[in-house]
Design a protein around this ligand. Structure first.
Ligand SMILES: Cc1ncc(COP(=O)(O)O)c(C=O)c1O
Length: 327
């Protein structure tokens, strides 16, 4: 397969065919791709500029953000409370005579602002979805392939096994490649006589590139690099936080980090203008961050896995200088 959107479409078709249902559950602010069907399932887009609202089969649950969401990290039950919302939604669907085809989510929410799902969230959500006949889809496009340090896949961090996994971006390290994995049972249901075909599916050159990427990740121990340098960056961000109260939250793991900028620690009022100004100043120093999250106030840090300690030190020194000037 060569483009992620093709395989996300395939993932949806797998779910729809296997379950004979259409209703899909997604997390607020999620992004899952750019086709019509996927925009309809991506609150990041359908609620954003130019968006036309959710698709008829889209059901959105609250983003389990334990920093500024309704249930926070001080609440030991926060993960369960967020997860319960999925069960309640399924109960409402069932009351209307409907059932979910599936639940699709990343284990750490990229476009939502680098928000790791709280521990235990998917362990509650997945059984509830399956009990209602739906399948669980893990979107590993941003977080997969060793970026999250301790685990090669994001879903492993949540200690669950999905029914369908979609993979893109890092799988080809810039080459146009993507893949979808599923269970033999779901694949068998899909083999219903309607042949699956696309022009570039299974392209041997792309597959060779994908294998080479996997070898390099292993040989160059890039997952360990993500862990070591991610910890160094987090530590550095924490030191900056003691100097600059505009740093409200630091979150993520490995080289998938978010630094949330705020105006007021009491109200957590977001500081999107500052975040944008910091990103622009970093760009002048050839350091590429972007802003992310519902308020665009999260500095999103998701560098190539090959960065070095020298790079991380320069990032921290530069950020320190910029925050001293602007913070
Ligand atoms: C989390 C996530 N899912 C899916 C996609 C879609 O991938 P593609 O743009 O390769 O179709 C993206 C792209 O940015 C993404 O970030």
């Amino acid at each position: 397969m060569v483009e992620s959107y093709l395989l996300f479409e395939l993932a949806l078709r797998l779910a729809y065919t296997y379950t004979s249902q259409r209703e899909m559950i997604v997390i607020d602010h999620a992004y899952h791709g750019n086709t019509s069907a996927l925009i309809d399932l991506s609150p990041y887009k359908f609620k954003g500029p130019g968006g036309q609202g959710p698709g008829p089969w889209t059901h959105t649950v609250t983003m389990p953000d334990t920093y500024r969401g309704p249930y926070r990290s001080s609440d030991p039950e926060a993960a369960q409370k967020y997860a319960r919302e999925v069960g309640e939604l399924i109960a409402r669907l069932e009351a209307e005579g409907k059932a979910p085809a599936g639940f699709m989510a990343e284990a750490a929410l990229g476009c939502g602002g680098q928000v790791p799902l709280p521990p235990g969230y998917l362990q509650t959500v997945y059984p509830a979805v399956r009990k209602a006949g739906g399948v669980c889809i893990a979107d590993e496009v941003q977080i997969g392939f060793g970026r999250l340090d301790t685990h090669f896949w994001g879903f492993e961090q949540q200690q669950v096994v999905p029914d369908i996994v979609t993979m893109g971006k890092p799988i080809g390290n810039g080459h146009s490649l993507a893949a979808v994995a599923t269970t033999p049972e779901i694949a068998a249901a899909f083999a219903n006589g309607m042949e699956y075909f696309n022009t570039f599916g299974g392209n041997p050159v792309s597959c060779t590139i994908g294998l080479a990427v996997l070898e390099v990740i292993e040989e160059e121990q890039l997952q360990a690099n993500a862990r070591r340098l991610g910890e160094r960056l987090q530590q550095g961000f924490r030191e900056l936080q003691t100097k600059y109260p505009v740093i409200g939250d630091i979150r993520g793991s490995g080289l998938f980090l978010g630094v949330e900028l705020i105006k007021d620690p009491a109200t957590l009022e977001p500081a999107p203008e500052l975040a944008q100004a910091v990103v622009e100043s970093l760009k002048e120093e050839v350091i590429l961050f972007s802003t992310e999250g519902p308020f665009n106030n999260v500095l999103k840090f998701k560098p190539p896995l090959v960065i070095t300690q020298e790079d991380t030190d320069r990032i921290l020194e530069t950020l320190d200088r910029i925050l001293k000037d602007k913070g």
